[in-house]
Write a protein that binds this ligand. Structure first.
Ligand code: NPG
Length: 372
């Protein structure tokens, strides 16, 4: 296949309730306002998911701002154009700064369309070869430690390959100690979502007692330098999430010694072209990667699983099964966890599972259609 012309792009505004509120140091989230992207190109469709939250909690983008950017600035730069290589889409936006989640949603839908049109799985198109990927699960802050231990027990019984706990000041050292006491051997990580400052360095160093695989983004969402100051004060490896938005950020963080591990969320980086650049740089530098999650529906989840099949993704990702968050996912079949803690990387063309039309209809609020 040599080219695809982007004839139409739909934004499907979907509203989905998580099975339970997901509580982080930002506060609780239960309602997901998801915008699905459907591109039409030469008789094939491609699907993407806009991962911005309702509120500007994780980054400055929200479902509303990202949609406005697509409507007013970004879609016009791609509609009607002919793609000879899916890497081009990212370059067409070179003149528009920021807004990575808005860009990623469309760029990733084009990669899906390209994979379907060329009869290959998205994972294969991206350069992945793994047929299964280890899945971790992220557990929001619970009302009390007993409730947390209970949740962990359930996820460990299901077989998840690692457990990630959200921490925040007041819900950290004692809570992690209780978890480690009850579960001495589980692969365990913590995620602070920027809830601390350098003044907390000694406090955070107490976490070194619990054999954590990493502490994720302890300091400010846009910081690299203070993380480099914190890193030598901790034995626990620092993983950066929010503050790595490009391969260049990874290079700078590595040069300064700010992190030993990086989490890639393709939405945070602006799509696959930037995620592949990050992957290749980190692989060459020996920095382990894993795929993060943004409480995606099945569409975004399958994209993340495709990415997790690349060789640099050596740590379990936040790619939990559909039933972790949804009573009924919009993909058919849903993503399922195997007892060995892995999920299957689909081998069928594109993201590899169908969209369930009835289920989609039941959560769809409205559709906007854009043509050149
Ligand atoms: O499994 O999709 C998932 C969620 C994983 O913890 C998770 N995501 O900071 O990484 C994060 C956190 C998050 C979710 C942040 C949604 C912001 C919004």
């Amino acid at each position: 296949m040599t080219s695809l012309t982007l004839e139409r792009i739909d934004l499907l505004h979907v509203s989905m309730q998580l099975l339970e509120p997901f509580v982080t140091s930002f506060g609780p989230q239960q309602q997901r306002d998801i915008v699905l992207i459907r591109v039409f190109a030469d008789g094939v469709e491609g699907w993407g998911e806009l991962v911005a939250a309702r509120e500007p909690i994780y980054s400055e983008e929200t479902a509303i701002t990202a949609t406005a950017m697509l409507r007013h600035h970004l879609l016009g730069k791609v509609l009607g154009r002919t793609v000879d290589d899916p890497r081009q889409v990212d370059r067409w936006w070179a003149g528009a700064r920021g807004n990575p989640m808005a860009k990623a949603a469309v760029e990733m839908a084009v990669w899906d369309a390209w994979a379907r049109a060329s009869g290959q799985s998205l994972a294969h198109l991206l350069g992945g070869s793994a047929t299964r990927a280890p899945a971790g699960v992220s557990i929001g802050i619970q009302d009390d430690t007993a409730a947390l231990l209970d949740r962990i027990t359930g996820f460990v019984e299901q077989g998840y390959a690692r457990i990630k706990l959200k921490i925040a000041p007041g819900r950290d050292v004692a809570m992690v100690a209780a978890v480690r006491e009850q579960f001495p051997d589980i692969p365990l990580t913590v995620d602070a979502n920027s809830a601390y400052t350098l003044a907390d360095a000694d406090h955070l160093a107490q976490l070194d007692a619990f054999d954590l695989m990493m502490i994720e983004q302890p300091l400010a969402h846009d910081d690299i330098i203070d993380h480099a100051t914190l890193a030598p004060r901790l034995q626990t490896p620092i993983c950066l999430d929010e503050s790595i938005r490009s391969a260049g950020d990874a290079r700078r963080a590595h040069q300064l010694g700010a992190c030993r591990i990086i989490n890639c969320k393709p939405g945070r980086l602006g799509g696959y072209a930037a995620s592949l650049a990050l992957h290749d740089w980190c692989t060459a530098a020996g920095i382990p990667l894993w795929v993060g999650g943004m409480l995606e529906s099945g569409v975004g989840r399958l994209h993340n699983i495709a990415l997790a099949s690349l060789p640099g993704y050596t740590l379990p990702g936040d790619i939990s099964a559909s039933d972790r968050y949804w009573a009924a996912d919009i993909i058919d079949p849903p993503v399922r966890l195997a007892p060995d803690g892995t999920v299957a990387v689909p081998a069928a063309p594109g993201i590899g599972h169908a969209i369930d039309p009835q289920r989609l209809q039941s959560v769809l609020e409205h559709t906007e259609t854009f043509v050149p």
